[in-house]
Design a protein around this ligand. Structure first.
Ligand code: NDP
Ligand code: BG6
Length: 483
């Protein structure tokens, strides 16, 4: 067994030549903050197809110069990269139009065709819907009917949220599948593009030492934690409708859970991987309200940071949770009886997303394997060690693989960079399949409806604190005891 951790390095050879990337909602927050910077990262490292055009599309009338200025304002470049940025901007154009009018889409088609040229080469098109979910359906229909390339491959990238519950997710899936084949649809959960989430499979299935103990006989609990120091910050209107369970737990944390818990896939093929993830999700019962703790942040103790209800668009009587902890049991041979404790929250004391797949040593302190997804990517194992010297006392020490110390990468690519590259290559294992969505929504829908119907009040916690005061007790009551 080769014990080296091998980074997945992408080859340039499989990408499609002559591809147009069309970003719908290009005037919005996601496009400027994530999509364009990610595309620039790919361009700079020569991962975009040789003949690539990037077309921004939105209703706002924006002059091309102004649009390029906005793109530039979100991309950090060193002096030596300024020329690269100039070359990148040369392939960026903008076309305005609506998301529900045939003529607008026909105009977009002409715009794209004009850039592609009329030669005989394949004309591949990627449509990135950086749009509010209310226009997903009309936009996807308009694109299929009017802008779909008849001379090449077409791919549709859809951003979360994929519905609000099981039924609305099904409505969206059905509407998309009326026009688009499942293998053309790429549902983004950007956590699947994060380096450490991608590394989970390698860690689990590339190391015999972990494979052997990855089960209920050796692991006492698994904790997956997402902590954000910022609040909803101007996204209160969106957030109030969705809440933290839909925003983070049902998608980002559940994707991590399913990779941590799944069985070994037959191959690394996307369908084999996603089959295993679906099996895990189908072994989890719908979440009960007794297994959930909800919280909502208030103004910070020093009054410097606003409370959730002070954010624009949040009603004063809002009971939307900005923090949630929940415990799940996976009723299969490997995991039955091992609590999977998931926690996520905004306005907490430190920004951290971690995955702790538990303990394998009885007596003394348990071992703990910590996989830190962000910030400062790391894998470390807390082990019992003899105190050096004449003492025989046991001390907890760490076998530590911190990425910045171990690897000489100048930076780790952003999740969106990695996922857009997957789309260009037609690699689907890091995207969400429709039955994965169904299975995840079945687990969360009853409790979400109950919270809404009964208006269950979240426990208040101060901005910048560790979360609701009852959290430690709640975790102990749900199967985790410190050793
Ligand atoms: P925005 O609210 O910024 O919307 C994007 C663009 O869509 C706007 O610039 C606007 O362009 C158009 N738009 C806005 N509201 C409407 C409306 N009611 N009807 C029609 N068009 C509208 O969204 P984001 O960029 O923040 O997010 C886009 C998608 O990505 C969403 O699904 C979001 O949930 C998801 N997402 C966003 C993240 C983020 O960090 N922002 C993170 C993860 C996912 P115009 O008026 O010019 O047409
Ligand atoms: C998004 C959520 O999906 O993920 C946001 O809508 C959250 O509320 C964000 O802030 C966190 O992503 P990241 O990559 O910053 O951890």
């Amino acid at each position: 067994m080769n014990t080296d951790i091998v980074f997945e390095m992408t080859s340039h050879s499989t990408e499609k030549e002559n591809t147009a990337i069309i970003i719908l909602g290009a005037s919005g927050d996601l496009a400027f903050k994530k999509t364009y910077p990610a595309l620039f990262g790919l361009f700079k490292n020569d991962f975009l197809p040789k003949s690539c055009q990037i077309i921004g599309y939105a209703r706002s009338e924006i002059k091309l110069d102004e649009f390029k200025k906005r793109i530039t304002s979100k991309i950090k470049v060193s002096d030596e990269d300024k020329a690269v940025l100039e070359r990148f901007l040369e392939i960026c154009t903008y076309c305005s139009g609506s998301y529900d009018k045939k003529e607008s889409f026909q105009n977009l088609d002409k715009f794209v065709t004009n850039l592609e040229g009329e030669d005989d080469r394949k004309k591949n098109r990627i449509f990135y819907m950086a749009l509010p979910p209310t226009v997903f359906i009309s936009a996807s229909e308009g694109l299929k009917e009017n802008v779909y390339s008849k001379k090449g491959d077409n791919r549709l990238i859809v951003e979360k949220p994929f519905g609000k519950d099981f039924d609305s997710s099904r409505v969206l899936s059905r509407a998309l599948s009326k026009h688009w084949k499942e293998d053309e649809i790429y549902r983004i959960d950007h956590y699947l593009g994060k380096e450490m989430v991608k590394n989970l499979m390698m860690l689990r299935f590339g190391n015999v030492i972990f494979g052997a103990v990855w089960n209920r006989y050796y692991i006492s609990n698994v904790q997956i934690t997402f902590k954000e120091v910022i609040g909803t910050e101007g996204r209160g209107g969106y957030f109030n409708e969705f809440g933290i369970i839909r925003d983070i737990m049902q998608n980002h944390l559940f994707q991590i859970l399913s990779i941590v818990a799944m069985g070994r896939p037959v191959t690394l093929d996307a369908e084999d991987v996603r089959n295993e993830k679906v099996k895990v999700l189908r072994s989890i019962k719908p979440l009960s309200i007794d297994d959930v703790l909800l919280g909502q942040y208030t103004r910070s103790a020093d009054g410097k940071n606003k409370g959730y209800k002070d954010d624009e668009g949040v009603p004063q009587d809002s009971y939307t949770a900005t923090f949630a902890a929940a415990v799940f049991n996976i009723a299969n041979e490997r995991w039955d009886g091992v609590p999977f404790i998931l926690k996520c929250g905004k306005a907490l004391d430190e920004a951290k997303a971690e995955d702790v797949p538990g303990s394998i040593y009885p007596g003394l302190a348990r071992n703990e394997l910590v996989i830190r997804i962000q910030p400062k990517e790391a894998v470390y194992m807390k082990v019992m060690n003899k105190e050096p010297g004449l003492s025989n006392a046991a001390v907890i020490s760490e076998l530590d693989l911190s990425y910045t110390d171990r690897y000489s990468l100048s930076r780790i690519p952003d999740a969106y960079e990695s996922l857009i590259l997957d789309v260009l290559k037609g690699e689907k294992s890091n995207f969400v399949r429709d039955d994965e969505l169904d299975a995840a929504w079945k687990i969360f829908t009853p409790v979400l409806h109950q919270i809404e119907k009964e208006k269950i009040k979240p426990e208040l916690y101060e901005f910048g604190s560790r979360g609701p005061a009852s959290l430690s007790r709640w975790i102990e009551n749900h199967g985790y005891k410190r050793t």
